[in-house]
Ligand binder design. Structure first.
Ligand SMILES: [Zn+2]
Length: 452
């Protein structure tokens, strides 16, 4: 019988041992004051180059610089991005890369998502490791490999190692804008649905659960999400737990060499909206906000799916009605006719397309394990209504309109998100069992949780 591994508490230190790239992690109140000691431990006899934007330099960069200088660590002139429109774009990577070429100091990225991603890629380009100093618990990318950078107008993930050492001062993190912490909380909540997707992929023999990665991503999750009011109050201990859980998620991805532990159908919605260049009130909603709405959406989907008698699924009829890959390709090319990423979508979808024989075996397996699987998934998720109120409490969006996604678009996003990535998720389940229309009619219908 499929079962996710039993959760045992795992400390950051244990998780760190399994991380393939990051060697040092310090999350503590007042940690900035230990920046010099920490830097020396992981970069002995090296000089440092602070990288920040004007805001993050004020928040923490200047202090880090002073602490390093005071202890005698040579520091080159900090690189401060002054463009008010600074974001994780390729031109800023090039700007930093050329600066880094002028010295051999170790980059110390002081900031959150964008500063970290830009420094991660630029450091890799000059064959240097780097240190990250987080200024907000806004996402799980500090300890993740790969940098999410906008290149040629589209957001892409560039392969590059995670930082060698990461320091986060919870006194700084708790003073970050409330919506940044709420973003991190929402991004963390995605591990609920991502975990559920992994449980299914494991039960069907598509992608087995790696016990260690599972522990790292899931063990501290409920504890970190458990008291949204304290997160909202910027309670130091609660922010510390949130930060550690986000860092562990990154280590989990480092260990397993895939984003599977932290990313399922909910991240596919967010990727889709990125590919569509979605903006609201003139700017792209934060990663965590998109992911939070999608996590709620997928939770609602799961909740309904678990009420359906899939143990009695009519496998013959599902297989008889399963379109050919050519039919799908036609649909995809029609749907994305005007988009420059259509070839990529076809490639991703083709990689996971099951033939009728594969589908038959898969659906037979699904119906035979369904009663147990249903319980395992129930144990993994937080009920929709509860999760919605948790997100609301921390100050994250809890209705799709709050990030500028109308209900009709949210409904369309199901099939579009299914197409764009090869990862097997609950979206594959609803389309392959041909229950998608029934599910969506329920979710968006008169009494459904996603009704307008
Ligand atoms: Zn994420």
């Amino acid at each position: 019988m499929p079962r996710p591994p039993k959760l045992e508490k795992i400390s950051s230190a244990e998780a760190l041992e399994s991380a393939r790239e990051t060697r040092g992690l310090l999350v503590a109140p007042g940690a900035l004051q230990n920046a010099a000691e920490f830097f020396r431990k992981y970069f002995p006899n090296q000089s440092a180059a602070i990288v920040a934007d004007t805001k993050t330099f004020d928040i923490a960069g200047r202090t880090v610089l002073q602490v390093l200088q005071k202890s005698g660590i040579p520091c080159v002139q900090p690189h401060i991005f002054t463009d008010p429109k600074f974001y994780a774009a390729y031109n800023f990577v090039e700007e930093l890369e050329s600066k880094l070429k002028s010295h051999n100091a170790i980059p110390v990225a002081v900031g959150s998502g964008s500063i970290n991603d830009v420094t991660k890629l630029a450091s890799h380009r000059v064959n240097r490791t780097y240190m990250a100093v987080g200024t907000a618990a806004s996402m799980d990318g500090y300890t993740a490999s790969g940098a999410s950078i906008t290149y040629n107008d589209s957001k892409q993930t560039f392969g590059c190692p995670a930082p060698l050492a990461v320091l986060a001062d919870t006194e700084i993190l708790r003073r970050a804008p409330r919506e940044m912490t709420a973003s991190g909380y929402a991004d963390l909540s995605a591990k609920l649905t991502a975990g559920a997707d992994w449980i299914i992929a494991d039960a069907l023999g598509i992608e087995p659960i790696d016990a260690k990665a599972w522990q790292m991503a899931q063990a501290g999750l409920r504890n970190a999400l458990g008291n949204p009011q304290k997160i909202s109050d910027a309670d130091a201990a609660a922010i510390g737990r949130l930060t550690e859980a986000l860092m562990l998620g990154g280590f989990s991805m480092q260990w397993s060499n895939t984003s599977r532990p932290a990313s399922g159908a909910e991240h596919q919605f967010s990727h889709l909206w990125d590919m569509q260049h979605h903006t609201y009130n003139g700017k792209a909603p934060s990663h965590g906000f998109k992911v939070g709405i999608a996590t709620l959406t997928i939770t609602a989907l799961y909740e309904y799916l678990l009420t359906l008698p899939i143990e009695k699924l009519d496998v013959d009829s599902c297989c008889a009605n399963w379109p050919t890959l050519a039919d799908f390709e036609k649909q995809i090319r029609t749907r994305y006719a005007s988009e420059n990423f259509v070839d990529k979508v076809v490639e991703e979808f083709s990689a996971k397309y099951p033939t009728r024989e594969v589908l038959r075996a898969r659906l037979q397996k699904l119906s035979s394990v369904w009663l147990q699987l249903r319980e395992d998934i129930r144990g993994q998720l937080i009920p929709y209504a509860e999760l919605k109120s948790m997100l609301q409490t921390v100050g994250a969006p809890f209705e799709s309109e709050q990030i500028g996604i109308a209900r009709t678009r949210l409904r369309d996003s199901f099939v579009q998100a299914w197409y764009i990535r090869r990862r097997f998720t609950v979206l594959d389940i609803i389309y392959q069992t041909q229950l998608a229309d029934q599910c969506l009619d329920h979710l968006f219908g008169g009494s459904g949780p996603l009704r307008a």
